[in-house]
Design a protein around this ligand. Sequence first.
Ligand code: FPP
Length: 246
Amino acid sequence: MSDLLDRIGLNGDVPAHVAIIMDGNGRWAAERGLPRHLGHREGMKSVRETISGAVEAGVEILTMFAFSTENWNRPAQEVSALMRLLQHYARRESDELRKQGVEVHVLGELGRVDDATRAAVDAIVADTRGGSALRLNLMISYGGREELVRSARVLAERVRRGELAPEDIDEAVVEDTLFTRDVAAPDLLIRTSGEYRISNFMLWQLAYTELHITPVYWPEFGREHLFEAIVDYQSRERRFGRVGSS
Ligand code: FPP
């Protein structure tokens, strides 16, 4: 039993929704003289460990940035290695995730993803449906700005058709057009590898999210790092733009 896990339980107030920017796979590999794809492969182990840690800690929703719209601009070889890794992950982890009660959702511009990857992610989503311990959102071909542009187009089209009046567009109406329409905003965002950037991730949803940046490269991130981030979150006072309670 982890001391940190005990502390999380004692502190109470576990973040219901944790989002993660998994960064540093390339640097982890480079520092070891390895090709970048081996960094991504090693990163898959951290994905596995983080998911089981989230279940143990009582997190309800875990959102992981697996592939961004900008990642399409990486060398073709790296893009295909990442797609193959996603397929491999989806095929290999499905049973274990189902056993743990993890329900997988895949969010992003999936129209750009190749057929084999699409089939593999559709299968893991179908096979894990109904899991009630944790909802896992894998963000694939996702970009925050693209999500908002898409939303603007959907709303403009509704206005043009006369189904929606511009003055009726409020936050709830916008939220309903986002990939995350059925999940509350993240309480905690973790970014690995020490970069202080949002990198086009969940631009709308992160408005009042607490940030935890760790210098650890993603392949070295494990359940204890997740627990550290949660304990750090539990020390924060969330004010949502209002004045504090003390
Ligand atoms: C960032 O490292 C990481 C990615 C672009 C991909 C994240 C993918 C994984 C962790 C592997 C599998 C994921 C799942 C969900 C199966 P980087 O390449 O930008 O690292 P660098 O900044 O050091 O170059």
